[in-house]
Design a protein around this ligand. Structure first.
Ligand SMILES: [Zn+2]
Length: 319
């Protein structure tokens, strides 16, 4: 079975960076031809896409599918207040059905706006439901349960023991890593320094290294969060992530809005990547990341809409 997209504006974004008018033939799961397609296989469905753009799927490097139902429920707050009074209690209240609905709605919104690959952070439970829906969706995904074994304002229903958090991540890795022929992968996701013990961060570093998995966490998002990390650890957030081994070339930190020069240097030397979430940073009043400076320092920067609760939409074009 083949699919011919006839007469669109092609944006290959590679090899031929200039847009061109043409067709795209999909043969099975592969691009069969690009440009003016003259020879069309017999069992081909043709779709007229004149007036449309054909481009590679967008990759979003920071998403929370479990928060899609919270859209509009946590307005006009700064990060720590937003987490403690709204988002964590809402996550704690999710059951199997509501979490599944949230993930499905989020995936639908992503696909309808051109995103085909995500790095998704869940909550501290029901990671199997997220995985089932990702498998079903056709999205390419790296996902993980959030890990939280400490922290002010964390509802009891979300709080894990250190051992429990590590075991849950290990079990999910066994069940879902490289699922769907590698389309789905597991990632260790300590939520952020303020909700994880040092013991959890250090153990995560070891396990991720042993199993060659990626690590994803939030860091340097707002001034208050940054100050709270300094108060709690006596280190800047990136220095603390370096001390605990989290900062490394397998790690992507979400946000990186408030980084001093020594922290940018840690990102550079450890090859830690950054997921930039501009709409979320503006909605929560966190600030504006120094993206040009990061990129000029040769730090890899991706883009993410974050969650619907701190953006209100998941459309990468808006970012
Ligand atoms: Zn986030």
């Amino acid at each position: 079975m083949s699919l011919l997209l006839r007469g669109g504006t092609l944006l290959p974004l590679k090899d031929h960076p200039r847009p061109m008018w043409g067709d795209l033939l999909v043969s099975g799961t592969r691009i069969g031809a690009l440009g003016k397609v003259e020879t069309v296989p017999l069992d081909t469905e043709t779709v007229d896409v004149s007036g449309c753009v054909i481009m590679p799927g967008i990759v979003q490097t920071h998403i929370h599918l479990v928060q899609t139902l919270f859209r509009g429920l946590a307005e006009d707050m700064t990060l720590l207040q937003w987490l403690r009074t709204r988002v964590w209690p809402l996550e704690a209240a999710l059951d199997e059905a509501s979490l599944r609905a949230s993930v499905r709605l989020g995936i639908l919104e992503l696909l309808m706006t051109g995103t085909t690959t995500v790095l998704d952070m869940g909550t501290t439970k029901l990671g199997d439901i997220v995985a089932e829906e990702l498998v079903r969706s056709g999205l390419r995904a790296r996902f993980g349960q959030a890990m939280m074994d400490a922290g002010e304002g964390v509802p009891p229903a979300l709080l894990e023991t250190t051992r429990g958090s590590l075991d849950a991540a290990g079990a999910l890795t066994k069940r879902w890593h490289k699922a769907s022929s590698g389309r789905i992968g597991y990632v260790y996701m300590p939520r952020f320094a303020l909700s994880c013990t040092r013991e959890l961060l250090e153990a995560t570093t070891q396990l991720a290294k042993l199993s060659e998995l990626l690590v994803h966490t939030h860091s340097n998002e707002s001034v208050d969060e940054r100050n709270a990390v300094v108060m709690a650890t006596g280190r800047t957030p990136m220095q603390y992530l370096l001390d605990t081994g989290i900062a490394c070339d397998r790690t992507i930190i979400a946000h990186g809005v408030h980084l001093d020069d020594s922290e940018i240097d840690i990102l550079r030397t450890t090859k830690t990547s950054v997921a930039h979430c501009p709409s979320s940073n503006l909605k929560l009043g966190s600030g504006i990341a120094q993206v040009a400076k990061l990129r000029n320092t040769r730090i890899t920067v991706g883009l993410g809409a974050d969650g619907a609760a701190c953006n209100n939409q998941l459309d990468a074009f808006e970012e």
